[in-house]
Design a protein around this ligand. Sequence first.
Ligand code: RNT
Ligand code: ZN
Length: 411
Amino acid sequence: MSYQESKKAYAKIGIDTEKVLESLKSVPISMHCWQGDDVCGFETTGGASGGIQTTGNYPGKARTSQELMADIDFAMSLIPGSHRVNLHACYGVHGDKITDRDKLSEKEFKPWVDWAKKRGYGLDFNPTFFSHPNAADGLTLSNPDPKIRAFWIKHGIQCLKIAEYFGKELKSPCSINFWMPDGYKDEPSDRLGPRMRMAESLDKIFKYKYNKKYCIPLLESKLFGIGVESYTVASHEFVMGYAMKRGILGLLDMGHFHLSENVADKISSFLMFFGKVAFHISRPVRWDSDHVIRQNDDLRAAATEIVRMGPKNFIIALDYFDASINRIAAWVLGMLNMQKELLKAMLTPADALKKLQDEGRFTEQLVLQEEYKNYPFEAVWAEFCRREKVPAGEEWLQSVQKYEKEVLLKR
Ligand code: RNT
Ligand code: ZN
């Protein structure tokens, strides 16, 4: 079916595809730098540790900032729209000596800012509370040792300053996400103490008067992790309470809940009480495995809620890392899948369906929810890609394979 024919089909159910294409273009997605090198960063040659784990050994991962930037640029060249790049503090660009986390500053991130400015990317940020000797026992901001807590508090403050720098330089507010792996493998004897220490440490970090114009702090919750099966300090309830009290935003990661929980259902409550919702789009398979996102029911449900509640009220960031496949393909596929699900949601007559719900017409609601899934979305997607000058179908994979042969396999 041609774009013109699809346009007519959608017009019949009250959807203006031209407006939809404009809306889709205006939704930035923050692409996570860490898919490019299996969350290794530039401080050590070892892999990620401390509550975070990648599996696989696909050749060609980025080893330096230049390689990572080049790979991100190449991935972005295959993705429609204009997007953001999400950095972690362990991706600082260091000289001969590595600056430790508590002393990081603008200096280590200037090359990223220069690059982002040239390319027109916005930058987001994350302090790195893992892959470090001071996180070796799995406790950072809640560590019983005050010296270790002080180290991580300093790290948090330095990162707020770096986030302000990103926001100011790039003229676009930088979201800075705090995720701490803190927790215990086995039943703790004290569940309250670590949470009190965590809150106290966060209070000390947020005592730094960051400029709200440039930086938006987020706090991410988690249910459990490998090696922290029994207790996570920054649980969902902790995050809801702390973030609300402190006036910062909570972040929902799709992999951080019980597998049968509907994460999309949490969005409306978050929106009501926080005013904005930050999201890590991920895909758990049996556990928080961070698989590349697919066009599955979970992603559809999240995208539907995002569109119904207005994408402007969301901070959408991807968070997964698969080291067993081509990492650039992983980025591109995830970004395209997210945008495709947003587009499908934008092409659904939400108001008409809402009316059916309110009027209790559940037969019609069920039938139409299903029938609308089969509308000619492909032609609208192809038109979007044509206007954005990127490939619309699986041809993009050939470009990735060429890049793999010419660049990645030579590393
Ligand atoms: C870990 C969290 C966290 C990380 C990134 C690298 O479980 O999801 O967001 O994936 O910070
Ligand atoms: Zn996450």
